[in-house]
Design a protein around this ligand. Sequence first.
Ligand code: ADP
Ligand code: MG
Length: 849
Amino acid sequence: MANIKTSNLPIETLRADLVRAAKETRRVVLSAPTGSGKSTQVPQMLLDGGCVPDGQKIIVLQPRRLAARMLAARVAQERGAELGTEVGYHIRLERRFGPDTKILFVTEGILLRMMLSDPTLPDVAAVVFDEFHERHLYSDLGIAMTYQLQKTARPELIIAVMSATLDSESLANYLAPAETLVAEGRTYPLTVSYSAAAHKVADAPVWEAAAHHFGKLAAAQPEGDMLIFMPGAYEIQRTVESIRGSSASKDWLVFPLYGELPPREQDAAVERYDARKVVVATNVAETSITIDGITAVIDAGLARIARYDPHRGINTLLIEKISQASAEQRAGRAGRTAPGQVLRLWSEKEHAHRPPREDPEVRRVDLSETVLALKLHGVEKVADFPWFEKPEKSSLERALTVLYDLGALDREERLTDVGRRMAAFPVHPRYARMLLAAEDYGCVWQICILAAIAQGRRLVLPLNNKRRADERDDLFGESTSDFFHALRAWGMARRKNFDIGFCKQWGIHGGAAREAERLAGQFANIARGQGLDASEGRMDESAVRKCLLLGFSDHLARRDNRATLRCSLVHGRRGELRRDSAVRDAELFVAAEIDEIETRGDVTTLLSMATEIEEDWLEEVFPGDLEEGTETYWDSMQKRAMGRRVRRFRDLVLEEKESGEPNPDEAAALLTTAVLEGRAELKNWNDSVEKWIARVNFAARNLPALGIAEIDDDGRRLLTEQICHGCVSSRDLREADPWPALNTWLSDEQRMALKTMLPKTFDLPGRRKPVDIRYEGDRAIISSKLQDFYDVDPKGLRIGGGELPLTIEMLAPNGRPCQITNDLAQFWKTSYEGVKKELKGRYPKHEWR
Ligand code: ADP
Ligand code: MG
């Protein structure tokens, strides 16, 4: 495109302020709507404004590879420079820049890697965080790390944060003092309508709904181009096909736009044409890439969102409904150059129930790779790292556990030698660990393919043709790992150069196989970059299986028994091996995939991509994680404590054998817990025991001179434990006599004192039998008819050697309490008249003095 005019972009108004702020405050927070010129102009303004000394450059962090590449190309074009010279990009496994590059667009972990290899970023003058509102993990981390760097070794480093919808206040607070710059956008009015059609016909795929509405919207909006948002490559391709197949599209150019497309096709989607065009894109077109001339938007309302569930320990990349804020942004694409039409493929009612905004990645995804990087960066306690937003405690802990299980960290959270080497691999720590192991076992290339297969889509598909399916099973043969089936399928497809017909015939996902080839190549490059030998060679299956054990030891599972696919996993989890697994006869295996499937309210944890493990290998690979010993357990069927010998890998029981009588101390502890939790009963711990405890506790509180200890919850546990000692079963408990244990609570003197000072009963002169004393909390109560007290000397109503008053509960003739007092003499003088008057009226025949 010749003649590029950028001087009338809204961002132009901020040029002077930006350059001044960059030079003075060195921390700039900039918010301006999409299309204002942030990504393409701000780096140039800094460069042209003299913010970049010789030998240094500007780094622009982009959340998406596609955007980094296209922006670099665009900026290079605007400056009339060849891409890779003054302006370049560096994304994972792909780079185009040189020694003189001044503006470098980078993605993902590239900035992080730069900081790990040279923490002071000596050749960087400015770091620009673009699309910060997306809150990708790496921007969060990057901002924290550069901010720290600027406060320490690099005070002259410029930090600029840009976003389309910025919560600029919290960011400015975090970076304080920082300069906040805002550019207003020009937007034209939008007409937003909703369509619930896709929901009325529950089975209509979203691409058909989009194609259906395309025609209507094309007619309603006679000018301009259209943008359709779909969640991923697959849905985009289907939409493109559906639209191309419809009559409404005959004057239209139809383009897909997503990350995995070849660059040429990506560029074609943003070009301007004389004919009208419709671009079907992922959320890359939401704010990252501006496509000019859009006047209509159809939004499927979905996106593929990376999410980790720390409670279940499962990582997912699922299609989810986008937030209201995201839908707002997408709609905005239609109103940049003229009034626009927006159609949402969901109902207005449903819209109101969507979350206002998306959670930041730091609160959604698996943090193990990040934590490993922070460790390498020298962060001692990751919880204390100055996160822009702190991750959930549980997800940090989970990451630390995975890294510990992989041997990257020790118990004190310190990086091990293995961990240090792992951190150099820009892949998930699991794969880093496997690649390192593969070096020792001589199977790096195979692990590269396995890693590629594990990360990609399912390669082996179910075959409907039964004969063909059997034939394929025969061909694949017996196997000790589901990966080996996938590997064989991949090898077959590869030998036929991923021929579609061939793949279809054998139920192999050709696209996935081709993709695995590409990914495996990337893994191999990474491995070679770390000095590993990744040449192709014959496969030693045991070696590969050992590597898989190292990478997935936290997914080790043991089948409950031969008759079931149910199993226990390490970390106390339960699961079920998939029926179609090649290792359905294995007793011990690691599962690369753990899925939660919900059917009619029941949740099953399904284990797949499993690899059989020999128990001996655990000893060989993790000698420190095996433990053998005797332990006592509670058999809930027999209701008794039992002893067994147990062999464990971490917390997973590998083998257990009855070993006769349990250890008496452990049995007592188990029984105590059973009693305290109500699963077993001490029959003889009866009412009189409770009364005795009440008396002891009364003494403990009211007669401190006796030095008696109160029986609180701990005391009860202690006594229960003593009573349980020597017992192993519920029946023993039924017969156990509590008194020998209870008696130990008091010394002989204390017992004597209790007996005389806090007697169980009290002699009331008028009554033949002594009255019980009820010890309730801090009161010692006697109950008797009112008339029984007429002849009693109030001074005698005391216990505790005359120190403590008894509480008198007087009963009316009907046996109900009518008065309670601690001071009988006072009662006769004051309240008695009233009580008498009332009771006498009701019970005139009784004696009333
Ligand atoms: P922002 O980052 O604020 O969203 P950009 O800097 O990406 O804005 O884009 C500014 C303007 O530059 C857009 O409105 C668009 O007109 C133009 N532009 C950016 N990239 C390209 C490209 N690859 N091809 C054509 N025009 C582009
Ligand atoms: Mg931008």
